[in-house]
Write a protein that binds this ligand. Structure first.
Ligand SMILES: Cc1cc2nc3c(=O)[nH]c(=O)nc-3n(C[C@H](O)[C@H](O)[C@H](O)COP(=O)(O)OP(=O)(O)OC[C@H]3O[C@@H](n4cnc5c(N)ncnc54)[C@H](O)[C@@H]3O)c2cc1C
Length: 266
């Protein structure tokens, strides 16, 4: 059965971000005690996969790397319609940067979700927000990648037409499987979970896999295997200017327009 793999990242629930803090020593984001939620764009990625499943009968496999207390959040992916979840979780993986994360996820895909037709990611996570992981996973898997996807079309499930959003327009690609796709929010509207989905999710497989089972090179994972070094942390200073314009309304409006033009706002 052809397989589509979706990379889903559990992130700290944005409703509790006032409790997040950065460790000034290591530069690592401290998430302890904050309940996990699925990265919003990963639900768009999952929706693409579920629509392919409905059309072509493909199986949908979710892969993730996260602490073990994220399994409840990952059940939401099963409730949406995914067939199974593989979660790479191990102390050795803690502190991973994007490269170590991508290496681990690629190895998880190789070991547990291959052969695959397609790997689908969100274009960016809400917490780390580097947008680096999708291209790095594709690199490790040795497949092409298309990011910033706003539209995905296929007639036969093999040849895909993908529209990519760029700053001043769009690029359209034709690509045959296997490849990696990273999607933006414009690609679709993810389905809501219903009661039947929640009940079905309880009995679907969710397997937690450790570093040994993945046969990972331990020099390439976790903080030890992460070449990124946080050199410094600072809170950006936001400078604001204030000016009160006085005079007749027409004069004030004209002066305001001039100032906005000068500042490059209009
Ligand atoms: C020095 C350093 C130390 C760090 N230590 C930690 C730490 O201790 N704990 C921690 O949680 N983070 C840590 N991070 C952050 C961690 O590197 C990133 O969260 C992670 O690599 C993903 O990067 P991103 O969020 O920028 O992903 P992006 O590239 O913005 O994500 C894009 C897409 O890739 C996929 N994806 C990304 N990450 C995952 C994942 N884990 N599982 C499944 N799919 C995924 C999703 O589809 C996502 O939408 C650290 C970062 C640095 C630089």
């Amino acid at each position: 059965m052809p397989n589509v793999v979706v990379c889903v990242k559990p992130i700290p629930d944005p409703r509790h971000w006032d409790r997040l803090f950065l460790d000034p020593e290591t530069g690592v984001l401290k998430r302890a005690g904050i309940p996990p939620a699925l990265n919003p764009l990963d639900k768009n990625a999952l929706e693409v996969a579920l629509q392919l499943k409905e059309r072509f009968g493909w199986e949908v496999t979710v892969v993730s790397m996260a602490p073990p207390d994220t399994t409840k959040a990952l059940r939401e992916a099963l409730a949406m319609g995914a067939d199974r979840v593989y979660l790479a979780s191990d102390k050795a993986l803690a502190g991973a940067d994007t490269l170590a994360t991508a290496y681990t996820l690629a190895q998880l895909i190789r070991k547990k979700a291959s052969p695959f037709h397609l790997v689908i990611c969100g274009n960016i996570s809400l917490d780390g927000s580097t947008s680096q992981v999708p291209a790095q996973i594709a690199h490790y898997l040795g497949i092409p990648h298309i990011t910033h996807a706003t539209h995905v079309e296929t007639e036969d499930g093999q040849l895909f037409t993908i529209t990519m959003n760029i700053k001043k327009g769009e690029l359209v690609f034709r690509c045959t499987t296997p490849f990696l796709l990273a999607v933006t929010k414009d690609v679709n509207l993810p389905r809501l979970v219903n009661v039947m989905g929640i009940i079905a999710a309880e009995t679907k497989p969710l397997e937690v896999i450790d570093a040994r089972e993945l046969e990972l090179d331990l020099d390439k994972v976790g903080l030890k295997g992460s070449p990124t070094r946080v050199r410094g942390l600072f809170i950006p200073e936001i400078k604001r200017r204030r000016e009160i314009l006085t005079g007749e309304p027409e004069e004030v409006a004209e002066e305001l327009l001039n100032k906005l033009h000068e500042a490059g706002v209009l």
